[in-house]
Design a binder for this molecule. Structure first.
Ligand code: GCO
Ligand code: MG
Length: 408
């Protein structure tokens, strides 16, 4: 039993994706997502030049050993590129194992702990009217949990808010996000802090107390600003406030935590359990935002979540459209099985993306289910994928009004 081939596939059906495909000598195929938004080709090179040669001939059943070999064996540890490459190998190996067993992956991870995974969608609007319309569209689609992002008076285009306000338009379709050089946006934290509580007050008035609401701060606040925002949002009963401060400084969250009871979620840019050590052991957060794709795969994220479970911290895995359907399927299998699942982010992929990646996960009545196909339940259409050429694309850069480059 051995890996016969390892191919690194790049396609761009609406946005760029990097996929690793492993094939065993008996012809079983496994897929792994290796997409790092805006830095895709760095992972391609890491995989092609440094990982693929190590995989050929390895026993595909030795998942833990392969993970340790790629992580410890490389000497250079952690970092988004390395950990996305390891994740792709790990997920592809779990896909193969589950297919060889003839079981959906979640069964190998302990079986379903729930009927389905509560999913949240992204509502946004530059004005209150358009925001309300976007929330209503999500409710019509069956969402029971909704992230709310809005424009800020006095500022122009803001990341996370669609500029095209027609129904169905989304911020991840913005042409600026497909430009050859990064777009630049202007930011004023004081204006933002004045506006956001008014928005949540209005949303609660309009939609009532039941609806699950979330908000993303994109790392833009200082600990004091985040503590102040947390306090002002307490009456609106948020499910979480996400990425309130820049994530590298774990101690910063002590200040926020001691000042407000608003639940905190962080970690979409983290890539290892060590990024969470203080946050978890001091119970400074409520939700782990890592994606399977960016944290070393199922093997690593499952251990991280078991560590978090000791401290009553739950999952809230990152699921924007730059996590490919392969990555999303992997975290749905994991989420369904974990006891300490919290919520799953769910931005629907474009029709073109879903033609290239044929998925068997399903959304119904607010819940996502990974489906019961053996393995991950995702198939990759090679021919179609080849018709979507890679195009360099960047996330925008954020500047304060005086031109200073700011966090986001
Ligand atoms: C989220 C995010 C995304 C990221 C994007 C970066 O909460 O979904 O913050 O919008 O910015 O995935 O690649
Ligand atoms: Mg986020």
């Amino acid at each position: 039993m051995a890996i016969r081939s390892a191919e690194v596939l790049v396609t761009s059906p609406g946005r760029n994706f990097v996929t690793l495909r492993l094939t065993t000598d008996s012809g079983v195929v496994g897929l792994g997502d290796a997409t790092v938004n805006g830095r895709e080709l760095a992972v391609v090179a890491y995989l092609r030049e440094h990982v693929v040669p190590l995989l050929i001939g390895r026993d595909e059943r030795r998942i833990e050993d392969t993970w340790q070999y790629l992580y410890r064996g490389a000497y250079w540890r952690r970092g988004p590129i390395t950990m996305a490459a390891i994740a792709a190998v790990d997920v592809a190996l779990w896909d193969i194992l589950a297919k060889e067993a003839g079981l959906p992956l979640y069964r190998l991870l302990g079986g379903a702990s729930r009927t389905g995974c509560l999913a949240y969608g992204h509502a946004s609007g530059s004005s209150m009217d358009t925001l309300f319309t976007s929330i209503r569209n999500h409710l019509d689609e069956g969402f029971k949990a909704i992230r709310v992002q809005t424009g800020v008076p006095g500022l122009g285009q803001i990341y996370g808010v669609a500029t095209d306000q027609r129904p169905g338009q989304r911020y991840d379709y913005e042409p600026a996000l497909r430009a050859p050089l990064p777009a630049e946006e202007a930011w004023d934290t004081r204006a933002y802090l004045r506006h956001v509580p008014e928005v949540f007050a209005a949303v609660r008035r309009e939609f009532g107390p039941e609806l699950v609401l979330l908000h993303d701060g994109h790392h833009r606040m200082t600990p004091n600003q985040a503590a102040a925002l947390g306090k002002t949002l307490e009456p609106y009963d948020l499910f979480w406030l996400e990425d309130c401060t820049p994530a590298e400084n774990q101690e910063a969250l002590r200040r926020v935590r001691s000042q407000t009871t608003v639940p905190l979620a962080i970690g979409e840019v983290f890539n290892s359990v060590y990024d969470y050590q203080t946050l978890i052991t001091e119970q400074l957060i409520d939700y782990v935002r890592s994606a399977v794709t960016h944290t070393g795969g199922i093997t690593a994220l499952r251990k991280l979540m078991d560590f978090a479970a000791v401290y009553s911290i739950k999952s809230g895995f990152h699921g924007p459209t730059d996590i490919s359907p392969v990555g999303q399927a992997a975290q749905l299998h994991l989420g369904l099985a974990l006891h300490n699942f919290g919520i799953q982010e769910y931005m629907k992929h474009s029709a073109d993306t879903l033609r290239v990646f044929r998925t068997s996960y399903a959304f119904s009545d607010g819940l996502l289910h990974p489906g019961d196909q053996p393995g991950l339940g995702v198939e990759y259409d090679d021919e179609l994928a080849k018709s979507f050429d890679y195009a360099p694309a960047y996330l925008p850069v954020n500047r304060l009004l005086d031109g200073t480059v700011h966090d986001w």
